[in-house]
Design a protein around this ligand. Structure first.
Ligand code: HJL
Ligand code: ZN
Length: 228
């Protein structure tokens, strides 16, 4: 079985951030080195983990992430536009059999609900659990796809989705250990999203996949334009 290790080293130049992908293919020492220098304009095959390091993803992984982020984007389009939030879509995928376990979009459930919240809440309801207990039935290799990274603070004071994600792995449950996002949260409402560190500290890997940002942000901010 061929084992493939991929590492990326991120470097910066004066006007554009360049990235060097360093790919080593084993077995033995018959290594193939692939150096790719790309600009921020061509990042579609790269993801940035919560650690700040950039990892190269193979085409299959990138395509899979983009496929499920696109599904999440379709969900986001169902969200009623509102000037005081973002329209977001989310889904939880069991990556062992590629089964979508639950979906959600902003304001789908009654009240001031977020996409990730709806996704987890619906899954909990389906299993007659409270949202606090939903980690119990989340399989080991589940990935949460969300068009926008989970919120870390909410102007309404409701429980942020970062806490909801972390909560799934409390009480000894495996819970969600991987989140794939299409964009970081714009600083419109609560400034810089400080939830990334909390997720990383909680053992949750956050992957940012590029390629759909423009459409994701257009949908997310639809209610902002209407109000101006
Ligand atoms: C994410 C969502 C959603 C946001 N973020 N990841 N999913 N609406 O479904 C983040 C934004 C909050 C505001 C207002 N939006 O929504 O920071 O009223 O919407 O609790 O802080 O807070 P409320
Ligand atoms: Zn949220």
């Amino acid at each position: 079985m061929r084992a493939t290790r991929e590492r990326c080293v991120k470097v910066a130049s004066s006007h554009l951030e360049a990235q060097i992908a360093f790919k080593v293919t084993s077995p033995g020492f018959s290594a193939v080195y692939l150096f790719t220098i790309i600009s921020n304009f061509h990042l579609s095959t790269f993801s940035t983990s919560s650690s700040g390091l950039t990892f190269a993803m193979d085409d299959d992984t990138t395509n899979k992430h983009l496929r499920y982020l696109s599904e999440a984007l379709e969900l986001a389009k169902k969200s009623p536009p509102k000037p005081t939030n973002f329209c977001v879509g989310a889904l939880l995928l069991d990556t062992v059999n590629d089964k979508v376990l639950s979906t959600g979009y902003t304001l789908e459930l009654p009240g001031n609900t977020h996409a990730e919240q709806c996704c987890l809440s619906k899954l909990a309801q389906e299993h007659n659990l409270s949202e606090e207990e939903v980690g119990k039935i989340i399989p080991e290799h589940a990935v949460l796809y969300t068009t926008m990274e989970p919120c870390f603070v909410r102007l309404s004071g409701n429980l942020p989705c970062v806490q909801r994600v972390l909560q799934t792995s409390s009480n000894g449950y495996h819970g969600i250990k991987s989140v794939v996002c299409g964009v970081k949260e714009p600083e419109t409402f609560v400034g810089e999203n400080k939830g990334r560190k909390a997720l990383a500290d909680g053992g949750v890997d956050v992957i940012y996949v590029t390629g759909l940002e423009d459409e994701i942000l257009k949908v997310a901010t639809a209610g902002h334009r209407e109000s101006s």
